[in-house]
Design a protein around this ligand. Sequence first.
Ligand code: NAD
Length: 487
Amino acid sequence: MSLPEALLYIDGKMRPAAGNKTYDNIGPWTGEVVGKAADASAADVDEAIAAARRAFDTTDWSSNHALRFELMKKYRDLLHANRDRLVQIARVEVGSAIGAAFRAQVDFALGGADGLLECFPRVTWEEDRGLRNEQGFDTQRIVTHEAMGVVGAITPWNVPLYVNVGKVVAALLAGCTVVLKPAPDTPLMGSIMGELAIEAGLPPGVFNVVTSADPAMAGEMLTKDPRVDLISFTGSTAVGKKIMENGAASLKRVFLELGGKSAYIVLDDAPNFPMAVMSSMVVFHAGQGCAYPTRLLVPKTRYAEACKALEMAYGGFASKWGHYEEPTCIMGPLISKRQLERVKGYVEIGKQEGARLLAGGNVRTDKGGGFFIEPTCFVDVRNDMRIAQEEIFGPVLVVIPYEDEDEAIRIANDSIYGLGGAVVGSPERAVKVAKRIRAGSISVNGGVSITGDLPFGGYKHSGMGREWGVEGIEEFLETKAIGIRVS
Ligand code: NAD
């Protein structure tokens, strides 16, 4: 199954990279080439930045709220109309199983675009702050909120459409212009957004997409270039820190969505304890989710019961993953050989640290030429082990026993990260616990805390700023106070 070529989208046109340079787009299911992607040169990136700068400085894009709203509604409708193509890309390029491709990869992103458009009318562009007598005369004051300028959007490969939409749609709605740099592993999910921009009639230069085989070149150019006002980045904490460093010289605004090691706390009064425990399995999209709760915290008093429930759940799942054509399948391969090596490395670390492997841990070459590793669960884990502290970004759950509620909260917060989390227990108590966890999104009793109309982002090393919701549009705005002397 091959995908169309991913082209660059610069200044309103889809085109190949300078010198027709391309690179292979490798499919995670097979490990084989599934398409080609334009490999942007520094000159291509420079042209994209120049186009975005010109569109921001010389057109009415940032001030014409009504035009933007109309065009972005069209753009959203086109995303919906292309659902099947987007699913195909998620399947072949991102390596999604069918059960994850529709839900997490595409419908979640389409719902996110709907959520942002619902939020747009709630954005305040101008506020009357009233009269004030200062220095012996009256001043009428207004506060305006204006687009920040040119945005460099740098995105990862795990849920590429969702993250691309979260940044691009919100930044364009805010009146910014954008250069999107997708991850090298998922170029087409970026490129198709350019193609749809042409169809929607977005003015040239307002939005640009540069795909590149080199993971750092285009992103570093965007980060260091003084013509770019803000970097909106989703990816690893290590690269996030580099972006802050590289952006410092031009005092770049930086918005960061980074890694996570979220906790899933099952309280001893959880209404259906075994079911609550089993729901913590890290299998959906092979665990490649930043806010995925990958540390399961269970009460010591019910630890044996929890281990038994997990043994059953993992046993029952053993034959249910890695099937390309099976509609109910929710777990496929990892994105790349590099990621497979990384996850395999953490399985070895877990064993060396003395954690007990309850399930999985093996690389599965019998599943095909792709990057498959079994759903894996470690029990008898201490929170100071590397497998409990470091982000693995694969299908690996670690299970940690706790003494009482206070200890559960202490363990949950004993992490450099603070992105997501989940609590299951009697409702009132579970909400109280959720409020004490230092993280940006918490699910209580299976509730959904991540949608396009709610703010999403991290505490601590999981990032800064908020994406999605009204907050996600406001992230791209500057604030100005104007005082008008009236007497
Ligand atoms: P990554 O940090 O390696 O890469 C992310 C993006 O940054 C890619 O487009 C990459 O090409 C680019 N990049 C790499 N080096 C760069 C540099 N020096 N300057 C500028 N850009 C550079 O992350 P990844 O491996 O693509 O994705 C996995 C990571 O992303 C995980 O840590 C995961 O937790 C995180 N993630 C976070 C969220 C969130 O919302 N918090 C969502 C998805 C993924």
